[in-house]
Design a binder for this molecule. Structure first.
Ligand SMILES: CCCCCCCC/C=C\CCCCCCCC(=O)SCCNC(=O)CCNC(=O)[C@H](O)C(C)(C)COP(=O)(O)OP(=O)(O)OC[C@H]1O[C@@H](n2cnc3c(N)ncnc32)[C@H](O)[C@@H]1OP(=O)(O)O
Length: 220
């Protein structure tokens, strides 16, 4: 499968994307409410019926695929459908990534507060969810350094259990490079700076990709 890097203007108006983002935020609220609801059986069945009606309304006017990369009206590169940052993807946390050059080449950081829907071991975050966040943040750091690519390998060390409902910080920066390969290191830490997860990723730039020295940051 080839990956189309020809970023296009999105056919959707900014106002529609904002409405989609509002629907997405509401859907996330719904997901959180479902995960924590203590409503009685009858009410659960009734709500499921109401949601089925809404689901059909949305499905009646479906796209063929999720939103691809596009250049937003302000000139920024956006990926509305992305599973980690996408403003149109209810599954996305979403992660809001900021450049942080002080931490090294491609340095990035993001505030992260996991939620009960991310549960793995009771009371803490699923290791795969931490890996998802690390994969994306490390990949973003590589791209910001002009070395965007696909994850070849991702190695994690789960140092301590990751809590949800608590503000945490995720950081990453390029560690070293060799030809098309870029190694990126990152971590998730609590507010006291205690490291909870350490990650190292190898990102490989496909041969057919154009040079991306001025690769812009990608927003959801
Ligand atoms: C992702 C979009 C990026 C868009 C960028 C635009 C701006 C972006 C801005 C913001 C970024 C957002 C951030 C996203 C982050 C999320 C990333 C993901 O989740 S990616 C999905 C999961 N990963 C895959 O699905 C890969 C599937 N695999 C492949 O496509 C290929 O295997 C690929 C590209 C990884 C390598 O294919 P070859 O054909 O180029 O590789 P060969 O030529 O065989 O090898 C080159 C060198 O790399 C090593 N190598 C190849 N694959 C390796 C691997 N998996 N692990 C370790 N080394 C590997 C080889 O041994 C070789 O090394 P020697 O030159 O001999 O030293």
């Amino acid at each position: 499968m080839t990956f189309d890097l020809a970023f296009t203007e999105d056919a959707d108006a900014e106002s529609r994307l904002e409405a989609l983002a509002a629907l997405t935020r509401q859907t996330r609220e719904l997901m959180d409410a479902v995960a924590l609801t203590a409503a009685p059986e009858g009410e659960l069945a009734e709500i499921a019926g109401e949601l089925a009606v809404l689901t059909e309304r949305l499905r009646a006017v479906s796209r063929q695929s999720t939103h691809p990369f596009h250049i937003g009206s302000d000139g920024t590169l956006r990926h509305v459908g992305n599973a980690v940052i996408g403003s149109g993807n209810p599954f996305a946390l979403p992660l809001v990534i900021e450049p942080d050059p002080s931490t090294g080449e491609g340095g990035v950081r993001a505030d992260v507060t996991f939620r009960p829907i991310h549960e793995g071991p009771p009371g803490s975050v699923h290791g795969g969810v931490s890996a998802l966040i690390m994969d994306h943040l490390l990949g973003h750091a590589a791209a910001l350094a002009g070395r965007g690519g696909f994850t070849g390998t991702l190695t994690l060390r789960y140092v301590r259990r990751v809590p949800y409902g608590e503000p945490l910080a995720a950081t990453a920066a390029v560690a070293r490079t060799e030809g098309r390969k870029t190694w990126v290191e990152g971590r998730i830490a609590d507010q006291a700076g205690t490291v909870l997860v350490e990650a190292t990723g190898l990102f490989i730039t496909p041969t057919q990709w154009p040079p991306m020295r001025d690769a812009p940051s990608v927003a959801g």
